[in-house]
Ligand binder design. Structure first.
Ligand SMILES: Cc1cc2nc3c(=O)[nH]c(=O)nc-3n(C[C@H](O)[C@H](O)[C@H](O)COP(=O)(O)OP(=O)(O)OC[C@H]3O[C@@H](n4cnc5c(N)ncnc54)[C@H](O)[C@@H]3O)c2cc1C
Ligand code: FES
Length: 280
């Protein structure tokens, strides 16, 4: 029996650069074998090396940048999969499946200001969000740089990946660190409240957040308490990335817009969810 045709979303790329980023991550750039259409920020790819060093199951990574025909990923070293990617060499082949998932909602300049909340490597879906918001998305008005605030938190300054690059975009960037080594001494939620109290952030904003689960829970709670619209990009553990394995369930809120399924698949219905649609 002939083999089934390969999934059109699965393709090869040649690694063109790997550079260290922060204390424990790398920026991995790869040139796909075929040209790719522009990718919406916060969509993702499943990545795997073909030299036997990657685990059998590929790992999900947000698109970090798409430039000059190349795709870039911010990879924090966690375990076998990310260790293999970080140790890869220029010229090696990378297998990608994607782009997958839904991405951020349309970031328009027509309503309330946007506040992007990033925790550690959860900053990955924001450089392109900033780029796309400033350029204008889906035919809607572009966002003025002064109407985007990025609140970027991490344990210490070494984990504020690419902070200078984010600052150079022209949007308002506020750092927060647990140890006080950069910016606000504390977490991003406290920083948000402090900026609002000082009048440096308006009370009425739209929130996007990506980071560790406790930060997302706190963001969701903040949005509920203040009656703010909020979208969360989840980094759920995944198996297939394409809706087959049921390895990425996210419990939905019965009273929320997705109703009581009771589980949505993060890889297909997400990774971006409205905060009032899911239980964390
Ligand atoms: C949609 C999506 C986008 C992502 N984007 C990025 C990105 O841009 N950059 C990035 O560095 N990471 C990103 N991640 C997380 C990344 O996929 C995991 O860190 C990676 O799968 C770890 O694989 P590993 O083999 O290195 O570690 P494993 O051996 O699988 O795990 C090592 C340790 O990390 C823990 N772990 C694994 N995955 C996660 C997770 N998702 N959250 C918390 N702990 C975890 C495990 O429980 C274990 O303790 C994303 C995840 C998703 C679902
Ligand atoms: S990762 Fe397989 S269904 Fe989502």
């Amino acid at each position: 029996m002939p083999a089934p045709p390969p999934d059109a979303r699965s393709f090869l790329a040649e690694i063109t650069a790997i550079e260290p980023c922060g204390a424990d991550a790398v920026l991995l750039r790869a040139r796909p074998e075929r040209a790719m259409a522009p990718i919406r920020a916060s969509r993702f790819f499943m990545l795997k090396l073909l030299d036997g060093t990657s685990p059998l199951i590929p790992r999900p990574y947000s698109i970090y940048r798409q430039r000059n025909g190349e795709l870039e990923f911010l990879v924090k070293v966690m375990g076998q999969g990310s260790r293999a990617l970080a140790a890869a060499r220029k010229g090696q082949e990378l297998r990608l499946i994607g782009p997958l998932g839904n991405g951020w909602p349309t970031l328009d300049g027509e309503g309330l200001p946007w506040v992007f909340v990033a925790g550690g490597v959860g900053s990955a879906p924001f450089p392109m969000a900033i780029e796309q918001a400033l350029a204008g998305m889906d035919g809607r008005a572009a966002v003025d740089p002064g109407s985007i605030s990025l609140l970027f938190g991490a344990a210490n300054r070494e984990l504020l990946y690419d902070l200078d690059v984010l600052r150079s975009t022209g949007v308002r960037v506020h750092a927060a660190t647990d140890d006080g080594s950069e910016g606000w001494h504390g977490n991003v939620i406290e920083l948000f409240e402090a900026l609002v109290a000082k009048g440096e952030l308006p009370e009425e904003v739209r929130l996007l957040a990506c980071g560790p689960d406790p930060m997302l829970e706190a963001c969701s709670e903040l949005a509920e308490r203040r009656g703010l619209e909020c979208w969360l990009s989840l980094e759920t553990v995944m198996g297939c990335g394409v809706g087959i394995c049921n390895g990425c369930p996210v419990m939905t809120r019965p009273e929320g817009p997705l109703g009581a399924w009771p589980n949505a698949k993060c890889c297909v219905e997400g990774p971006v969810f409205r905060a009032d649609a899911i239980c964390l």
